[in-house]
Design a protein around this ligand. Structure first.
Ligand SMILES: Cc1ncc(COP(=O)(O)O)c(C=O)c1O
Length: 392
């Protein structure tokens, strides 16, 4: 973006303008994809543009990183080959054996990896991080070096108070890292609330089109841990590839408009589903009855995200039957794309998961909200009818 103004821009304008998008040679509005893996030295044996080798230096990747840094109000952002690569980089960069406090409810893949973190010398306590007293009690002075929270957390959409946890972390000289994949920078800016590092599975809302696997970290400041993350990424070659970064950049241009629309759809559906005869509970932080609603109101601005879950009264088999009876909702894992997804979450989470068997997870896409609702209604009606027929 040209330096038209120094005032901070809204996410809406930032993503639409795609900072740095004007290519210098031709004036192209859209950047080319920089595929070169190596760069020329000049006659003085220097690299005039600072680009040396593709494992660390790629202009397409940097362009997307710059936008993420601006969206998060970060000093710097790095892109990785997946959300897992981004998240694990923080742990692998820890200097010495560390006690880690992590949200009990979080993305199951990362939780599974964390459960085995002992092999790297670290110890982890899984704590209900929405309970501040429980977090305070879990801190081990002199040992706890990292607090890892996910909010809203997958798949119960538990809300953790980022500002309060950052105070607890900093009082213990620990770092706070927030997985903000579901909130997106449109609704929450964890760094402004005191977090040190924010993480995204960019596979989800940032890209938004279910065609890229990517992860991002953005930091409040460039300190020791961040510089080890940078070195490790370069040494191990964990950075995102140029084409995926270009696709991600393209996806992010519509981030603001997509996620606001998805959050409106999720909110409408969650409200309509409350009290349905086949549903025991609707989990969505936008609902007044959600345990984290007040905290969500404080730290999420403009929406509560596009994810919600329901617990089906008749239990696990009925939940699986509902997921099989929808037509519009796609039965698949992942979330944040433009197409709405439904998933029986316990089927994928496996051992040690806090996810109940009767839970269905929904990712609201960009389809018509009434059509999505009617599709779900007919699936619930079918399941109700089948269950009452088998009972009678
Ligand atoms: C909240 C959250 N964090 C992290 C990840 C991991 O990201 P990725 O699949 O891009 O490695 C996921 C994936 O589903 C996720 O839902």
């Amino acid at each position: 973006m040209d330096d038209q103004t120094k005032a901070p821009l809204t996410t809406k304008t930032l993503v639409a303008q795609t900072p740095g998008a004007r290519e210098r040679i031709t004036g192209a509005i859209t950047q080319p994809i920089h595929m070169s893996s190596t760069f020329l030295r000049d006659a003085d044996n220097r690299y005039p543009a600072g680009y040396v080798y593709g494992r660390t230096d790629n202009a397409s990747v940097q362009q997307a990183e710059d936008l993420i840094a601006k969206l998060e109000g970060a000093e710097e952002a790095f892109l990785f080959g997946s959300g897992m690569a981004a998240a694990s980089s923080v742990l692998l960069a820890l200097e010495k054996p560390t006690h880690i406090i992590a949200s009990k409810v979080m993305y199951w893949g990362f939780r599974s990896w964390l459960r085995e973190i002992g092999r790297y010398g670290h110890r982890v306590s899984f704590i209900e991080t929405s309970d501040l007293d429980a977090v305070r009690a879990a801190v081990r002075p002199g040992e706890t070096g990292l607090l890892w929270i996910e909010t809203p957390s997958n798949p119960l959409w538990t809300i953790t108070d980022i500002a309060a946890i950052s105070e607890i972390a900093h009082a213990a000289s620990a770092i706070l890292c927030v997985d903000s994949t579901v909130a997106t920078p449109v609704f929450t800016r964890p760094l402004a609330l005191g977090a040190d590092i924010v993480m995204h599975s960019a596979t989800k809302y940032l890209n938004g089109h279910s065609d890229v696997v990517a992860g991002a970290l953005a930091t409040a400041r460039d300190g020791q841990l961040w510089s080890r993350i940078r070195d490790l990424r370069g040494q191990l070659g964990n950075a995102l590839g140029a084409f995926d970064a270009w696709l991600l950049m393209r996806g992010m241009r519509t981030l603001d408009i997509r996620v606001r629309s998805q959050a409106r759809t999720a909110a409408t559906l969650a409200e309509r589903l409350v009290g349905h005869a086949a549903i025991a509970q609707v989990l969505y932080p936008g609902l007044a009855q959600h345990a984290g609603h007040d905290t969500a109101l404080r730290q999420m601005s403009g929406g509560f995200g596009g994810m919600f879950s329901v617990r089906v009264k008749q239990g696990e088999r009925a939940a699986i039957a509902v997921a099989a009876a929808v037509n519009l909702w796609k039965r698949a894992t992942s979330f944040g794309g433009i197409e709405s997804l439904i998933e029986h979450r316990a089927s994928i989470e496996g051992d040690g998961s806090p996810c109940p068997g009767d839970l269905l997870r929904f990712s609201a896409g960009l389809e018509d909200v009434d059509e999505l609702y009617l599709d779900l209604m007919q699936a619930l009606a079918q399941t109700l009818a089948q269950t009452s027929a088998s009972v009678s």
